[in-house]
Design a protein around this ligand. Sequence first.
Ligand code: FKS
Ligand code: ZN
Length: 343
Amino acid sequence: MKTFYSDAHLRHDPPEEFEMGRLHPAVEIPLRAERVKASIIQRDLGPVMAPEEFGDEPILRVHDSDLVTFLGEAHDHWREKYGDDAPAAIPSAWPARGLKERRSGHIESRLGTFAFDTATPIVKGTWAAARAGANVALSAAQAIRSGDRAAFALTRPPGHHASADVFGGYCYLNNIAIAAQWLADQGMKPAILDVDYHHGNGTQCLFYDRPDVFFTSIHADPAVAFPHFLGFADETGEGMGEGKTLNIPLPEGTEWPAYEEGLFHALAAIKKFGPDVLLVSLGLDTYEADPISRFRLKQNDYFRMGAIIEDAKLPTLFTFEGGYNIDAIGTITANVLQGFQDT
Ligand code: FKS
Ligand code: ZN
């Protein structure tokens, strides 16, 4: 299968993120995607291609123009306020419930308005990288639209936590949602399967009331895991979208047998929906040695994962999401793609 990749992702290189009460070295780093690209080439899984430029329109089908404008100018405004020594913009105040809120155009006010966490810094190159990521996902969608059986969008930064007007969880633009919407606009019927360790809250919100896009996610129980406020089993969609969302939260410590059961459950629901294209938010942070997550999948389990996804017999677009074990990320990503391809 084709892999789409843009080196513009290298420009998003935040040094640190604020979490658990302190600044930590960032885990969502350029080396992740570089390692994945290297493994794909080494395993000979297909050509690595540059994306085409799709312009703002497909992004604006998913995101509010206020967010898009903000992301485009945030770092300039941050530097104007705090100077070049404060490289990464991170919010420190939010318009929380219980206080009457007024919103000015000030950078701190806008950061608090659009960001939902402190782990998603905006650096000088963030917007260029995020925009290129959307083009990577759209180029993969175009390959699928043109008849390719599968495509891998090596998107970085990731996307599944970003919603119409909110960014966070290392995500700025929701790559998979942009691709799914573009395919829907071409007359296709998309289903989204999210296998990242963390619930795809952004993707779920974007399609929650939609009858035409199915969303299912297997993830760590949000009662104890990020993103904390969404991803519970009783969220099933609303209005016209009732029944078109399926969450499968699993406990910390989950190993392959229980995970596989969840995967079969998700794929059975997808089959019932009857899509003509499958989009997979491919997070690799379910790995046993992931530094920030607590499932226990082993390297070989990822071949199985790819084979099970292939068994849906649908044109399949993978987008890259999380996964932070730098030594394993290339291997386990390639295992999924190879498991799919060899089936
Ligand atoms: C743990 C705090 C968790 C943020 C985790 C973000 C996860 C991002 C991701 C994505 F795919 F988007 F990259 N902090 N104590 O892996 O879901
Ligand atoms: Zn994740």
